[in-house]
Design a protein. Structure first.
Length: 195
């Protein structure tokens, strides 16, 4: 069967990748990212697939995104799910969240709410112990104090501005100008009489 021209770049990239690794030059993620940015997704995948299978979270995530959005390959939700899962199992928070969403929406897999929420909550549950760590409590207390001090500063400044406006309005109504330390002279009028 003749080789289709669409597969030719993939075959060439595979050959280049194999010869580079055979020559002892490591094919790495940053090189794959450069290839992908330049539009050579097939060559980038030749590098990312072995890296992802070897446990590289970034390579797995990149492969998932490529398949999820059809970026240089045909859109394939099932393939995206596979790579998101690989990255999620190694603790990648974005992959965990996306994997959970895919299960909740039935993208590339049948809908599974339990599995979806498990992945969405995975990171939070895994790091729940941080809430009770003394350093985290100290940082939280410091943040509360900083927010309080900032709020007080803004409140005092607003009060001063408001007080100046109120005083100016009172002066305008009284038709007097106050000099420092001297109260305006107010003349009381006689109460109105009733018939």
């Amino acid at each position: 069967m003749p080789i289709k021209l669409l597969h030719l770049p993939l075959l060439i990239a595979a050959a280049v990748g194999l010869s580079a690794s055979a020559a002892g030059q490591p094919a790495d993620g940053p090189q794959a990212a450069k290839l992908h940015r330049s539009g050579n997704t097939a060559a980038a995948m030749v590098i990312w697939v072995p890296l992802a299978k070897g446990g590289d979270v970034n390579a797995a995530y990149n492969l998932a995104v490529i398949h999820d959005y059809g970026d240089g390959v045909a859109k394939n939700q099932a393939e995206a799910l596979k790579w998101y899962r690989l990255a999620a199992e190694r603790g990648d928070r974005v992959s965990q969240s996306r994997l959970g969403t895919m299960y909740l929406n039935g993208e590339g897999t049948p809908k599974d709410e339990k599995e979806g929420w498990r992945w969405i909550n995975e990171h939070r549950v895994a790091h729940l112990h941080h809430d009770h760590h003394p350093q985290m409590q100290a940082w939280r207390k410091q943040a509360v104090n900083l927010v309080w001090a900032s709020d007080m500063h803004e409140s005092i400044a607003a009060s001063r501005d408001n007080a100046d406006q109120v005083l100016a309005e009172l002066k305008r109504r009284a038709g007097t100008t106050m000099t420092a330390g001297v109260a305006p002279r107010i003349v009381a009028s006689a109460p109105a009489t009733r018939n």
